[in-house]
Design a protein around this ligand. Structure first.
Ligand code: PEP
Ligand code: MG
Length: 323
């Protein structure tokens, strides 16, 4: 089977009825690019930049960050690279920031919440990104957006930094798409509002599932509630995709669910445009998608949306698709 998948490295990801979707990779450092290329990734759908900040005792400088972002953009040779701004907090701590301990870190001061308050950290990262933007096809994405106001504030800071760089005579790309992670239910529910202001969505199911089901993604005792195929999750995913398409925007997914063989047929049927996963899952997913017909999966998706339980959904997928 592996030999069969390997033949798909340079193939496009096209369904049996000729619909193209993009298979992208999640990366944590420029070193991961090798795996992306070897596995035929069509893009980087999520570059988790927090690893630049971890395992050290001070913040990375603008220059260090610029070097890393430039390396990734150049390594992808013009293919899209979605860079997520700092998502620290929750399960990822930075000891040198000396943040107070929290009762509920996953509901606390993390990601964009921290960046909007600690603006020096945020502005340094945005400058590094803007400077690197001329070396490839950069898209910037904000994590953990819960309100439109947060998005607007973050965007305004980005625009200020762009203006400053331009005043300094530094070249910045004019074509940087700006998107958000949809990983908090409040944002999924009013995705139609966000869709008017963002260029794209990337659905972060790792967090979206934990927040929708109120089940800590790290807690084994409640892991039975961590249900990607629960119709409540599928309906939120549908709302986000439909909202994007209504405004002519694209919707991707960069949570684990995007590379999951049971979820892929449903996501295809819901119209997801981009699937971002660990590089080692890409060829298997491509092989699966090339054997599916989008119109059949649309029928499957409408059916499972009407179901009540995860178990029924899994059964319906197994009946419709031979994995
Ligand atoms: C997610 O929440 O689905 C996601 C991709 O982000 P992370 O796993 O880094 O929180
Ligand atoms: Mg997340």
């Amino acid at each position: 089977q592996k030999a069969e998948w390997a033949k798909l490295v340079n193939e496009k990801t096209i369904t049996a009825d000729n619909h193209h979707v993009e298979l992208a990779a999640n990366i944590g450092t420029p070193k991961d690019l090798k795996g992306v290329v070897e596995n035929g990734g069509e893009a980087v759908g999520l570059y988790r930049t927090e690893f630049l900040y971890m395992d050290r005792d001070q913040l990375p400088t603008e220059e260090e960050q610029f070097t890393a972002y430039k390396a990734v953009l150049e390594g992808m040779e013009g293919k899209p690279v979605v860079v997520r701004t700092l998502d620290i907090g929750g399960d990822k701590e930075l000891p040198y920031l000396n943040l107070p301990k929290e009762m509920n870190p996953f509901l606390g001061f993390r990601a964009i919440r921290l960046c909007l308050q600690e603006q020096d950290i945020f502005r340094t990262q945005l400058r590094a990104l803007l400077r690197a933007s001329v070396y490839g096809n950069l898209k910037i994405m904000f994590p953990m957006i819960a309100t439109l106001v947060e998005f607007r504030e973050a965007k305004a800071i980005l625009e200020e930094e762009r203006q400053k760089l331009s005043n300094e005579g530094v070249q910045v790309s004019e074509n940087i798409e700006l998107g958000i992670m949809v990983e908090i239910p409040s944002t999924a529910v009013i995705a139609h509002q966000f869709a008017k202001e963002v260029d794209f969505f990337s659905i972060g199911t790792n967090d979206l599932i934990q927040y929708t089901m109120a089940a800590d993604r790290m807690n084994q005792q409640v892991s039975y509630l961590y249900q990607p195929y629960n119709p409540s999750i599928l309906r939120l995913v549908k709302m986000v995709i439909d909202a994007a398409h209504k405004e002519g925007k694209w919707a991707g997914m960069c949570g684990e669910m995007a590379g999951d063989e049971t979820a892929i047929p449903i996501l295809l049927g819901l119209g997801l445009d981009e699937f971002s996963m660990s590089a080692t899952s890409i060829l298997k997913a491509r092989s699966l998608i090339r054997n599916l017909s989008k119109s059949d999966m649309e029928a499957l998706a409408s059916k499972v949306l009407e179901m009540g339980t995860t178990e029924e959904v899994i059964e319906a997928v197994n009946a419709a698709v031979t994995l």
